[in-house]
Design a protein around this ligand. Structure first.
Ligand SMILES: Nc1nc2c(c(=O)[nH]1)N[C@H]1C(S)=C(S)[C@@H](COP(=O)(O)OP(=O)(O)OC[C@H]3O[C@@H](n4cnc5c(N)ncnc54)[C@H](O)[C@@H]3O)O[C@H]1N2
Ligand code: MOO
Length: 650
């Protein structure tokens, strides 16, 4: 991170200056200044195709709606004068005219004094009539007549022509976004085609030799293209017409051809990846050849999103999003969406914010405005608590599972625990979960929560490790904290770690053991002790360890005694990472739990059972989510499912 940090001096067109970091506001302003004002292309489209588009011109009402005075009820069209004296004791007899006005029937006869004409709801009011009596307020008489025993006021049950929409008035203003209700108004006026702002066509290209499209098998060292599908969907969500052009290798010629082809058919081009300092980072080198003015900002004092690159080539915006998916999504929403929506003629999204407390200290990089993705849960007194979803910019779930984000200013190096701050919601419909589980994550947990979710309750599981979970439970921020903490002194699991106000609910046992690739003679068929001895005797045998504080680490240290074989300092933080290291041949052995070993198809030498239990926050035990969770945990169905997945219910 040795980029030039210059918040002021870089000028538009200064594209040789690689990664001159500008403030977020400066970057937004430069981008908008380079693109707007501009006239937006207009299309005339059938009503059915106008949904979600912005009107390009005002629409005037060509007719009155309703087009004629219309009855609102089934009954009789009358002259109110005739009934002025009518009452319970003073019935008035009206002779029926010889026509019935159904919907769509133009009346022929005049309603003369002393007469009435049967009329249906929606029928046009005949000449002479000025009110309608409901059929249930009349009594049929012989010889085509009715009796009425109540007075009516003039205009009763009539909708007058133009009372809904008046001919010549502005029905809808330019810029209105067309939804189903607008389509209804236009249809009522007989309008079949409207002028709309044409959806900007946005080409999407992912770059990187390592990318594979979903649906194809994953080569070694490859990852699935995540940004391509995300950006494509986000463009459609924000009024664009995306064309996904696939992923391109890090080859300058091929990529340049792809970018030129994209710009030939699109109004805008969004690339992702290859915008920082790697050898394969070349799209920004191609941009200057694609049209003036070229790059207008490359590098923004924003986290995530520092290497964002913005360009305009012959009037078309060209954007390179950072490769890390959370960085790509965040910068797209923060900086690209406002521009895309302006190009589509759509109003800016309005952000909803809520106040929440951060339960833990959040470190931040000085000099960059940092946006931290958070998950919202309810605290002990009903206040909102914002947990960082924090797996970093490279993780997809950081953004996808967040409810919103908070902002740490560029001049702060942290946000202290307990800070009350605004959280901008990613969707305005955030619902505080019915069940909050904070602690160590385990695949078995999904088995237990499945029936709870089926009941329609929302479950939020935040993975912060056993100790983090206990701290959250003590603060009353979760319902349950899943823990598997081994106390060396007492040789017990979990019980000795509880604080007042917490009760231990026994969960299930997970068999831990040594994993190795099947067929490895150093391990196959041996006792764990003999296998470790064989591993230690072979200097080329590489282990993978676990992080300090993990229950598994205590086991490993016991197995090793004073030995520190190669690989000891490789200390990943999860059971799955250990299995992956062994399965991929980056290590030869490690210790993990049986379900994970089985899923990775590794050899397994059982060691001992780990207790995975739940610290229940007593004050929250009566919540429906907690009750449903406990019912599931103790049900036969869940116990069987746990066993099937390789766990042993307590
Ligand atoms: N020496 C430095 N290294 C990095 C810096 C830096 O300043 N100096 N900045 C870091 C920051 S911040 C970010 S953000 C990333 C972004 O880098 P790039 O935009 O060049 O992205 P890549 O290197 O191509 O990829 C990064 C990462 O993301 C994965 N990736 C890329 N595209 C996709 C995709 N379409 N779908 C899923 N994943 C994708 C890629 O495989 C890499 O793992 O750079 C830091 N490095
Ligand atoms: O800017 Mo990078 O996006 O911090 O991860």
């Amino acid at each position: 991170m040795s980029d030039v940090t210059d918040l002021s001096s870089s000028l538009p067109g200064d594209q040789d200056q690689f990664l001159t970091i500008l403030s977020r506001e400066e970057v937004l302003a430069r981008f908008e200044d380079a693109l707007f004002p501009r006239s937006l292309p207009v299309d005339t489209v059938p009503l059915a195709d106008a949904l979600s588009l912005a009107l390009a011109t005002d629409v005037m009402a060509p007719i009155d709606v309703p087009p004629f005075d219309r009855s609102n009820v089934d009954g009789f069209a009358v002259r109110s004068d005739d009934l002025a004296q009518a009452g319970e004791g003073a019935p008035v007899r009206l002779a029926l005219n010889n026509e019935t006005i159904a919907c769509g029937t133009a009346p022929k006869q005049i309603v003369q004094p002393g007469t009435a004409t049967p009329i249906a709801t929606g029928g046009p009011i005949p000449r002479g009539a000025d009110a309608v009596v409901m059929v249930e307020h009349t009594q049929p008489l012989a010889n085509d007549a009715i009796e009425v025993r109540r007075a009516v006021s003039p205009g009763q049950f009539i909708s007058y022509a133009g009372s809904d929409i008046a001919r010549g008035e502005v029905l809808m203003h330019k810029g209105t976004v067309i939804g189903s209700r607008e389509i209804g108004m236009l249809a009522a006026c007989g309008i079949a085609r409207v002028n709309v702002v044409r959806r900007p066509v946005v080409a999407v290209i992912s770059t990187g030799d390592e990318l594979e499209q979903p649906g194809t098998p994953l080569r070694p060292a490859a990852v699935y293209d995540t940004n391509g599908p995300i950006v494509t969907a986000a463009i459609a969500e924000n009024g664009g017409n995306p064309i996904f052009m696939g992923s391109y290798p890090d080859e300058e010629d091929v990529l340049e051809q792809g970018m030129r082809a994209a710009l030939a058919r699109a109004d805008m081009l969004v690339l992702s990846g290859g915008t920082s300092k790697g050898a394969g980072d070349l799209s920004h080198r191609i941009i200057p050849r694609l049209g003036a003015p070229g790059i207008i900002a490359h590098g923004v004092a924003l986290k995530p999103g520092k290497p964002l690159c913005l360009a305009v080539c012959d009037g078309k915006p060209v954007v390179i999003l950072p490769g890390f998916p959370t960085s790509a999504m965040f910068t797209f929403h923060d900086i690209i969406v406002p521009v895309l929506r302006r190009l589509a003629g759509l109003p800016l999204r309005t952000d909803t914010t809520v106040e929440a407390t951060v339960p833990v200290r959040i470190a931040s990089e000085l000099g960059r405005t940092e946006f931290v993705m958070v998950s919202l849960v309810e605290g002990a007194d009903g206040e909102l608590i914002a947990y960082p979803t924090g797996k970093g910019s490279g993780a997809i779930t950081s953004f996808a599972q967040a409810d919103g984000f908070l902002r740490i200013e560029a001049l702060a190096d942290q946000m202290p625990a307990g800070t009350k701050t605004d959280v901008t919601l990613l969707t305005p419909h955030v619902r505080v979960p019915d069940l909050v589980i904070v602690g160590s994550h385990c695949t078995g947990l999904d088995v237990v929560t499945a029936p709870v979710v089926r009941e329609g309750l929302s479950v939020r599981s935040i993975s912060v490790g056993s100790l983090g979970g206990l701290a959250a439970a003590r603060r009353g921020e979760c319902d349950l904290a899943p823990i598997h903490l081994f106390a060396d002194k007492t040789d017990t699991y979990n019980t000795s770690f509880l604080a007042p106000g917490l009760t231990l609910v026994p969960g299930y046992r997970r068999m831990q053991g040594i994993v190795f690739r099947p067929g490895d003679a150093r391990f196959e068929g041996k006792t764990p002790e003999a296998a470790v001895a064989a591993a230690l005797a072979d200097a080329s045998c590489l282990m993978v360890n676990r992080n300090q504080g993990a229950g598994t680490r205590i086991l490993i240290d016991r197995l090793l005694g004073d030995a520190r074989p190669d690989g000891y300092w490789n200390q990943p933080r999860s059971h799955n990472a250990v299995a992956a290291a062994v399965a991929q041949g980056r290590a030869d052995w490690g210790v993990t739990i049986a379900p994970v070993a089985n899923a990775a198809e590794l050899g397994f030498l059982p060691l001992t059972e780990e207790h995975y239990d739940f610290a229940l926050v007593d004050a929250r035990a009566k919540r429906p989510g907690v009750k449903a969770f406990l019912a599931s945990l103790h049900s036969d169905e869940t116990r069987k499912a746990l066993e099937k997945a390789g766990f042993r219910p307590a």
